[in-house]
Write a protein that binds this ligand. Sequence first.
Ligand code: MRU
Length: 343
Amino acid sequence: MVETIQWTDDGVVMIDQTRLPRVVEYVTCRDFREVAEAIRSMVIRGAPAIGVAAAMGVAIGVQKSNGTDFRAELEVICDTLAKTRPTAVNLFWAIDRMKQLALSMEGKPLAEIRQRLVEEACLVREEDIAINRAIGAHGAPLVPDGKRVLTHCNAGALATAGYGTALGVIRAAVEAGKKIAVFADETRPFLQGARLTAWELQQDGIDTTLITDNMAGHFLRAGTIGCVVVGADRIARNGDVANKIGTYSVAVLAKENGVPFYVAAPISTLDLTLSSGDLIPIEERAAAEVTHVFGVAVAPEGIGVANPAFDVTPNRYVTGIITEKGVAYAPYEESLPRLAASR
Ligand code: MRU
C-alpha cells in the first residue's frame, strides 16, 4: 500500500498529492513552515492525514527550536500549523495533543522533550492506521455483497496514514470476500476522486468505475448501488457531517432512492463542542481551482466564482457513522458522545 507520510532523519516525507496520478513523487519537509505549506497547498490532504502531518510538524518544529523561550516558540509553531486549513478538526486535535504533551514536559531537558515529541508524532501515525483497520472491521458487514459502493472525494490510504476510512470499509469488505465494485465520483474541482481514489483502488486491484459528480443521481436511481460510504472532515455533536463539497447532494440523492448513506471517520473527527453542523467553518479556496483545470482556463476571465471546499450533510441523511469504536446511529446527540466516551 502507498506510504502517505513518514518521519525520517531528513524530515517529514510525504507523497505529493497535487501531482498524482501522473507523477509519483515524494517531498521532504525540513521544518514546520514547510509542513504548514504542504498542508495549505494540499500536497497532503484528507482530515486524518492532515492530523498526522500537523503532529509531525510540531515535532519537527521543536527539533529546530533553540529553547530560549520554549513556550513562545511552541506557540508560533502551533499557530502556524493551525492557520493552514479551517475545516478538518483532526488538524486542531493533533496540534492540541502535541502541545499538551510538550507543555507537560516543560522544565525537562530539551533533548528529552524533542525525542518524546517525535515518538508521539509517530504514534499518532501508527494509531491512525490501526483505527482505520478497526473502522473497516466495523463497516464491512454493512456493505451489501454483490453490489456497487459509491464514494465521493478520497477517504483512502492517501487521506490517512494508511488503509483509509471510507476506502478502509471497502478494503475490509473485499478482504472479507465480498464481491464489491466501486463507483468513484471525480470530485470537482480538485478531482480527489479521479486523481486519488481511482489511482489507489486501481493499485489494489479493486474494480472501480470513475464517474463525473453529476452522474451519481442517475446511478443511484438505477438501483445498482448498494450503499454510499464517504469520509468526514468534522462531525458535530448532532451528527451533521462536514465533508468534501458535493457530499450533501449525494446524501440527498441516496435517501431519495432508499440507498444507505454511511460516514466512516475516526473519533478524532468528532467535534462534540459544536451543537450542529451550521457552526462548522467552511474553507473557501482559490477561484483558480474552478476556472482552471491543470492550468488551462475553462471559464471566461473575470467571471465571479464561489469555491467552498466542503458542505454539511444534515444528520437526517446519515444512516450510520462508522468509527473505530463501533457504529453510531440516530439520535446522534446520544450515540456519538456515548461512543466517544466508551473504551
Ligand atoms: O480538501 P481535502 O482533500 O482535504 O478533503 C478531504 C475530504 O473531504 C475527505 O473526504 C475527508 O477528509 C475524509 S478523509 C479520510
